[in-house]
Ligand binder design. Structure first.
Ligand SMILES: NC(=O)c1ccc[n+]([C@@H]2O[C@H](COP(=O)([O-])OP(=O)(O)OC[C@H]3O[C@@H](n4cnc5c(N)ncnc54)[C@H](OP(=O)(O)O)[C@@H]3O)[C@@H](O)[C@H]2O)c1
Length: 307
C-alpha cells in the first residue's frame, strides 16, 4: 500500500452485472481512459451517457460501443465542452431524463499544455488546461451532486493525474490542476459525507493514450521526452487496466465509503507490472511505444525578443 491507498485487487472488477441498472455519465469518453471506462461500465451492466467536444467522435463512439456491448439501447452520447456549465447542465438533464435516475458520474475529461517552462507557454494553453481540468471538474461535480445528493446514493469519481501530490516542473499547469482536483474532490467528500453519495478521487497512473503518445513540447524540450517511449512501455498501462478499478469504485464494493483517494498501483504493484512488461519486451512480444512529439516555438516573456 502507498500512503494514498491502492484499490484492492489492482485491475479492479469486471464481474458481469455489478453495475446492472445504473446510469452513468463519463466525460472525455471518445478515446483513452474515458472510452475504456465507458466500455467497462457497459460490460458491468450499466447504461452509459458519454460526452466529449467533437460531435462526430461522439456519434462514432456511441455506435461502436453499442455494437461491442450487444445492446445499443444502453449507450447514448452528447457533444459537450465541460468548460461550459450550461452544456454540462444539459448533459446531466439528458442523463437523468433517459431512465429517470442518475447514479454514477465520472469527471475524466482532461488535457495538458505543451511540455516546457511556464514562461515560454502561450497563455492560451494555460487557460485551456484550467478550463477543462479545473472548471470542467467543478461543473461536472456540481451538476452530478445536484442529482445524486437528493437521491441519497451514487458515486462521483474525479480523475487525478501527475502532480496531484507532487510538483511537476515543465508541466506546471497540468500538475497544479490535478492538485486542485484532488483537494476539491476530498473537500466535497467531507462536505457531503452524510448524504450517502460516494465521492472519490482516482489516479489511473501512466497510460498509453493519445495524451501521452501524441505529445507537444516547447522548442528544445522535446528531446527530454524521448525516454517516454521506454517509460510508457515499462510502467504505462493500457487504459482498460485503471478503467476496471473505476468499476470497483463505482460498485457496491465501496458502499458506505466516501473520500477514497486511490491509485491504480502501489510501489510493489508497479514494480511487478514493470517486470512483466520488461520480460514481454525481452521476449520480443512488445516493443517501445510509438511517440509523436510536436515542438512549438516559445511564446510569452521568455521567448526571444524580435529584433
Ligand atoms: N494518459 C495518462 O498517462 C494519464 C495519467 C494520469 C491521468 N490521466 C488523466 O486521465 C484522463 C483521461 O486522459 P487520457 O489519457 O485518456 O486523454 P486522451 O486520450 O487525450 O482523451 C481525452 C478525452 O477527453 C475529451 N476532452 C478533452 N477536453 C474536453 C473538454 N473540454 N470537454 C469535453 N471533453 C473533452 C477528448 O475528446 P475531444 O477532444 O473530442 O473533446 C477525449 O475524449 C485525464 O483527466 C488525464 O489527465 C492521464
Amino acid at each position: 500500500m502507498t500512503d494514498r491507498g491502492v484499490a484492492p485487487g489492482t485491475g479492479g472488477v469486471r464481474a458481469k452485472g455489478v453495475l446492472s441498472g445504473q446510469v452513468a455519465v463519463v466525460t472525455g469518453a471518445t478515446k483513452g481512459l474515458g472510452l475504456a471506462i465507458a466500455r467497462e461500465f457497459l460490460s458491468s451492466g450499466a447504461s452509459v451517457m458519454i460526452a466529449s467536444r467533437r460531435e462526430a467522435a461522439v456519434n462514432e463512439t456511441v455506435a461502436s460501443l453499442g455494437v461491442a456491448c450487444g445492446d445499443p439501447t444502453r449507450v447514448r452520447g452528447m457533444a459537450v465542452d465541460v468548460a461550459d456549465l450550461a452544456q454540462v447542465e444539459a448533459l446531466g438533464k439528458a442523463a437523468k431524463d433517459w431512465q429517470g435516475h442518475l447514479d454514477i458520474w465520472v469527471n475524466n475529461a482532461g488535457i495538458t499544455a505543451p511540455y516546457g517552462p511556464s514562461m515560454a507557454l502561450d497563455p492560451r494553453s494555460f487557460t485551456s488546461v484550467i478550463h477543462t481540468n479545473i472548471l470542467g471538474t467543478y461543473h461536472g461535480s456540481l451538476v452530478a451532486l445536484r442529482y445524486l445528493v437528493p437521491s441519497g446514493q451514487g458515486r462521483l469519481i474525479n480523475i487525478l493525474g501527475r502532480g496531484d501530490r507532487q510538483v511537476v516542473p515543465y508541466l506546471a499547469t497540468y500538475g497544479a490542476s490535478k492538485a486542485w482536483v484532488r483537494a476539491f474532490t476530498l473537500a466535497l467528500a467531507s462536505e457531503y459525507r452524510a448524504t450517502g453519495v460516494g465521492i472519490h478521487a482516482f489516479n489511473p497512473g501512466l497510460m498509453r493514450t493519445d495524451l501521452m503518445t501524441e505529445t507537444e513540447a516547447i522548442a528544445g524540450f522535446g528531446a527530454k521526452l524521448r525516454a517516454l517511449r521506454v517509460v510508457l512501455r515499462l510502467i504505462g498501462t493500457d487504459p482498460d487496466v485503471p478503467a476496471r478499478t473505476v468499476v470497483w469504485l463505482a460498485s457496491r464494493a465501496t458502499d458506505g465509503k466516501t473520500g477514497l483517494d486511490k491509485a491504480v498501483f502501489g510501489r510493489f504493484g508497479l514494480a511487478g507490472h514493470a517486470a512483466r512488461e520488461g520480460i514481454a519486451w525481452l521476449r520480443g512480444k512488445v516493443g517501445p511505444v510509438e511517440l509523436q512529439i510536436r515542438e512549438f516555438p516559445a511564446t510569452g516573456p521568455s521567448a526571444p525578443v524580435p529584433a
